[in-house]
Write a protein that binds this ligand. Sequence first.
Ligand code: PEP
Length: 251
Amino acid sequence: MPKNITPLIAGNWKMNGTAAALAEIEALREGVEDTPELRCEILICPPATLISRMAEKARGSAVQVGGQDCHSQKSGAHTGDISAEMLADAGATHVILGHSERRTDHGETDAIVRAKALAALGSGLVPIICVGETEAERLAGEALAVVERQLAASIPDEAGSRTFVVAYEPVWAIGTGRTPTTDDISQMHGAMRKLLERRFGEAGSRVPLLYGGSMKPGNAAEILAIGDVNGGLVGGASLKAADFLGIIAAA
Ligand code: PEP
């Protein structure tokens, strides 16, 4: 992990958690306060219903709170959707965009993800743009090409002068307990770094590149030690403060 980028350990709670789960944030906050040398940024992205209450509980601590999606428009007739401005108003600092579950469940294309990222930047949020190949694409030898295509098309040009994050999440590693080899992660992150540098110059060398997919306390240190891995996007292991603190300790 290069030293010039502060690692980000981000938790994605997905559609999990009601008010009772806020106790995990209290435990996380205490655990983080007890961590002697904190060397990473910490973010939890709960369901939208918990953002403002979680932000209240996290206030004054190193724990930041984010959304899991936003609409590309500022407001209007979009029943059930949430704008970037609303997330920021609720206390979010970041928003996950283009997660493979949204690409699959909601048919989100790279163009939609790009429009959402632009909206997030416009509301002062840091977009975490997710990319990653399916198992069939990896087996067909297309992983690099798929990720490079998603990366090129999902990031708006305007992001070059702003802060944004990229998460490489192989779809087949999400929630399965399987992870790519360290060589495969290294190759993918190296390719993403090159692409970002070609497109955005020096700014591209400063974009945090997260790995996501079955990251746990037991494998975090090995994954986070890979060159060009600047943190993790963590699903299942972010739901319990003890597990998430184990990953933070590895960073
Ligand atoms: C995710 O959904 O972003 C994720 C990485 O999930 P998990 O850690 O559970 O594989």
